[in-house]
Design a binder for this molecule. Sequence first.
Ligand SMILES: Nc1ncnc2c1ncn2[C@@H]1O[C@H](COP(=O)(O)OP(=O)(O)OP(=O)(O)O)[C@@H](O)[C@H]1O
Ligand SMILES: [Mg+2]
Length: 407
Amino acid sequence: MPETRIITGIDIGTTRIRALIAESDEKGQPVFLGYGVVPALGLRRGVVVNMEKTVQSISKAVEDAELMAGVHISSAVAGIAGDHIKSINSQGVIAVSRSDNEILESDIHKAIEAASAVAIPTDREIIHVLPQQYTIDEQTGIKNPIGMTGVRLEVEVHIVTAAVTSAKNIYRSLERCEIAVDHLVLQSLASAYAGINSEEQEMGIALIDIGGDLTDVAVFFDGSIRHSGVVPLGGKNVTNDVTIGLRTAVEQAERLKLMYGSSLTSLVDPDEMMEVNGVTGRAPRSISRNVLASIIEPRMEEILSLAAREIKKANAPAALAAGAILTGGGVLLPGTVELAEQILDMPARLGIPLGIEGLPQNIVTPEYATVIGLVGYGFKHGTGHEISRDGIRGLFKRIENWFSGNF
Ligand SMILES: Nc1ncnc2c1ncn2[C@@H]1O[C@H](COP(=O)(O)OP(=O)(O)OP(=O)(O)O)[C@@H](O)[C@H]1O
Ligand SMILES: [Mg+2]
């Protein structure tokens, strides 16, 4: 019987911290055990600004999840995001080692290491090296070269780097909660993991995760990730606009947005009214829902237009046939899918996370895509392995090698 494994995902978002615990069933499939969600204190734009508050929030989310799951956890797969994240594409070439020219896994590792040997500033660290495709001699577009023969092996990779301080603060916050980090995973990659299948990756698809402070974008085509980027705007900017536009308090603006908001004015009946409390003792006013939508729509348009610009940076050779998948709490505003289709000029749908059995219905929503994807990632990749990066930065780094087609 396969060993039972417990995997925990911790999504340290800018508005919420979510922890999710799952175990493997007798077939090795992930099954839900428990979750915890708490407001995120101590973070700004995906970066820890107050360690004490961050640690308290993480501890609370984990404790709630542990209580529901009835287990105690000691390690987790953690997400990383922020406008400090950068990504580049790179290539590496090696001569195949065996005299009969058969390509071994060790050749692939060497090729990936060669591709990773790019100049990275000392204040940044590599968090992912994701193989896109291999070329053996003249034959291009190979997904898995193990067992094939050739003299020269080339690999194209997508490298994601993060500011060393930001990554360290995540490690430190979790260490303070006595939780070891199994993997540090780019949040958009985790969200994609929960909602995109390999066929869609082959056809071409963009993931847009609209969170609180940030919108993460990742583009996939020809079976692998081609571009990842961050737009430094999210649902909190929408709420701030409502605060200013309706001259009300932030809490009230957030409540009105959740209850009556829409990303498209055309979806809202101008005669439908809502009550807005006045600030500092002023009398409540009655305002049309249409006014609220007309404040929200331009900001959502801006966020999606900037996301479209990120998608263009991927230089896809053809239209992304599988369209766009939308995750994160910010996409829950009615009309967001329709607005996204207009702005991106491609089909769009909400990303409903999959891959874990027994999830409570209330968390099978786009807001939970990242944490569900983190758990899925943990099951697929086990614990991380170490690759020497001596020649590059004189440090040991954990590099996640995602073999194409493994997604
Ligand atoms: N039902 C809803 N309708 C509209 N907006 C919503 C809804 N639920 C949540 N949001 C918005 O989603 C945003 C939070 O999204 P999410 O929980 O995905 O963020 P996060 O993961 O904490 O942040 P980030 O990914 O930026 O680090 C908030 O701005 C919130 O107002
Ligand atoms: Mg998020």
